[in-house]
Design a binder for this molecule. Structure first.
Ligand code: LRH
Ligand code: MN
Ligand code: MN
Length: 398
């Protein structure tokens, strides 16, 4: 048995170092295909989205980066945007390209049969790399909507060859200290086949590209019942888990708050990260095994800044529980073939109420122990609702 006091101290130290990246689009309005509800105070531009994201960091202390989506976050001057982020206490994180909102991409983007369309999709990434240079971002994130709806609609193999070629052109655009992270998703918007449906396909393309290409695991992008923690283990073993897009799903790609649908699954995922010593932010090495823990969420009916705070604290709770697993006792039970004993060790940690530990952590960081209550008491929400009148509210896609 490991000494409980030292496990607690180690957990506090690890939690102090953990960082979670926020998506700019979580602060804009979003919705389903039925309705996008407006919210008072919603940001009108990328500057205001960053100001809101900075609030999440101010109250949680562990969300120091904001990821941008181009062209949703189009501005004239990216150096000015990065300076605004720095003034607000955060930095620009990953740059997400967008290949899913242009008429040209009806039959695909990087896989399109027409070389001109593929060239347009590659050129968009040159624009994204320019944004990276201007903002200091080091990671280019790609997710493709490409796929087909009917058997025979296009040649599956040709599409893979075209994809490999387009990805190589994009990889060649990167600077030495940049990396490319490639996301997969099993279906949607295409329904018969998707060109990067799973981690295996993403990994094969990354291996072909080079060591600065890594896989992105969006927790909402799997079929029900998929053992996601097993995928985490495999990608960590290969040194190719670049980033998470954390969110919750009940049905499909629901983009709900991380830890809301299945906190036990989140715990199991984070335990494998802790088990592989992959939790702490690594010194920047584009070829290295550092994992970027990002949220990819939309808040359709709940308040957005509190929705992000809740997601961050849910991940912290899962992490704290994972750090409390008595690894020595677990290994001993596993080696002894003690099935129930091993399961007990894991469940003991999962059943621990870690809220007091997290309150202690925040106090040690000079923060309010209850970030949600502190944000509510700050009056920020009322202030932006009064200030941000006029102009068009930014949304998912604007
Ligand atoms: C696709 C996705 C991808 C996009 C984001 C807005 O479903 O997960 O990461 O960039 O949603
Ligand atoms: Mn995603
Ligand atoms: Mn998604």
């Amino acid at each position: 048995m490991t000494d409980l006091a030292s496990t607690r101290e180690r957990a506090l130290a690890a939690l102090r170092e953990q960082t979670i990246e926020l998506p700019s689009w979580a602060f804009g309005n979003s919705g389903t295909r039925f309705k996008v509800f407006g919210t008072p105070g919603t940001p009108r531009d990328p500057f205001e989205k960053i100001s809101d994201a900075a609030q999440v960091h101010a109250f949680t202390g562990v969300a120091p980066r904001v990821s941008l989506h181009i062209p949703w976050d189009l501005v004239d001057d990216y150096e000015k945007l990065a300076a605004h982020a720095a003034d607000s206490g955060v930095a620009i994180g990953m740059i997400n390209s967008n290949l899913f909102q242009d008429d040209a991409y009806k039959f695909g983007s990087l896989t399109h049969p027409d070389a001109q369309v593929r060239a347009k999709a590659v050129a968009h990434h040159a624009q994204c790399v320019d944004v990276m240079r201007a903002t200091g971002s080091k990671e280019l994130k790609l997710w493709l909507p490409d796929g087909t709806n009917y058997p025979g609609q296009d040649d599956l193999r040709d599409r893979q060859e075209r994809l490999a070629d387009s990805l190589q052109q994009i990889y060649a655009l990167l600077d030495e200290d940049h990396r490319l992270v490639l996301e997969y998703k099993f279906f949607e918007p295409a329904f018969y086949h998707t060109d990067i449906p799973d981690w295996g396909t993403s990994l094969l393309h990354c291996l072909a590209l080079g060591e600065r290409a890594k896989v992105v695991l969006d927790t909402g992008h799997h079929a029900p019942g998929t053992n996601i923690e097993f995928i985490v283990v495999q990608l960590l073993r290969a040194g190719r888990l670049g980033a998470f897009d954390f969110n919750s799903r009940f049905y499909a790609d629901d983009d709900l708050m991380a830890g809301a649908a299945d906190p036990f699954q989140l715990f199991r995922i984070v335990y494998e990260i802790v088990r592989s010593n992959a939790l702490a932010p690594q010194p920047w090495d584009p070829a290295g095994s550092g994992v970027n823990f990002m949220l990819d969420q939309c808040h359709n009916v709940e308040e957005k800044i509190p929705g992000q705070i809740r997601s961050v604290t849910n991940i912290q709770q899962a992490t704290a529980k994972a750090l409390l697993v008595d690894r020595e006792a677990l290994t001993a039970a596993q080696r002894a073939g003690d099935v129930l004993g091993a399961n007990d060790v894991l469940m003991d940690a999962y059943s621990t109420d870690v809220r007091p530990l997290l309150a202690e952590l925040r106090e040690s960081m000079g923060l309010d122990p209850d970030p949600m209550a502190a944000f509510k008491a700050s009056g920020y929400a009322a202030r932006i609702a009064a200030e941000r009148v006029g102009g068009r509210q930014a949304g998912w896609g604007a």
